[in-house]
Design a protein around this ligand. Sequence first.
Ligand code: NAP
Length: 247
Amino acid sequence: MRLKDKRALVTGGSRGIGKAIVFELAANGCNVVFTYRSSAEAAKKIEEEADKFGVKIFGFQADAANFLEAEKTVNFTLEKLGGLDILVNNAGITKDNLLLRMSEDDFDKVIAANLKSVFNYTKASVKPMVGQRYGKIVNVSSVVALIGNPGQANYVASKAGVIGFTKSVAKELASRNINVNAVAPGYISTDMTEKLNDKQKEAIINLIPVKRIGTPEDVAKVVTFLASSDSDYLTGQVIPVDGGMAM
Ligand code: NAP
């Protein structure tokens, strides 16, 4: 119960890594608001798990790329949970293509959903955190931000932007007792990655020293560590959760 009675906001919590983060935070006693874009039914099922953990869980439909919707989400969180201690910027999308075939729209959409969203939610959350002189912000980047990946120039640019944003804001907010860190997941089994065929998956496993694809829970546990006081002396860090893939 490392997070008993803490209050968290998780973007993109209806599926995959975000859903595992919601449950891991809840299992540690944290009350959670999570956002989703269109998965209303999945969101409802997650809310129904709250009693099992003895915490409050609320879903909220909001486009992470839209600043006004981010502000609305933060106001909803303050109203439902009575405050905000932890922000996890997890929502993200891919629109992969080689640069020569990548449209301007696919570039803009990925930057908006993956990078501008982090600005939106961090800016909207920082006021209450500064006021209470406490906050933990965890951004979900990607290991490809550290090493590049063909076919993902838009995605990699967005995730590398998240790392630069994390370090700058960490320096700005350290004196207010707000820690800002990032995780850089490797290949994690979710809807986002299930498009690959078995041969492609095998090729990826061969690049991972621990010889397995990661689970959403592998990431959620590290996010929970960064959201807890166990990581009070870490800020501006990027922690790869990749089975050793990018070392
Ligand atoms: P996923 O299974 O596709 O789930 C994405 C989540 O984000 C869903 O809850 C989705 O909501 C939400 N979302 C997407 N765009 C949104 C928007 N504009 N506004 C609000 N919510 C939005 O993805 P995932 O694999 O769990 O990835 C989660 C994060 O980890 C992403 O930032 C991703 O880039 C990062 N990551 C993933 C991997 C991997 O291997 N899977 C590796 C490195 C980093 P709906 O359900 O309503 O669509």
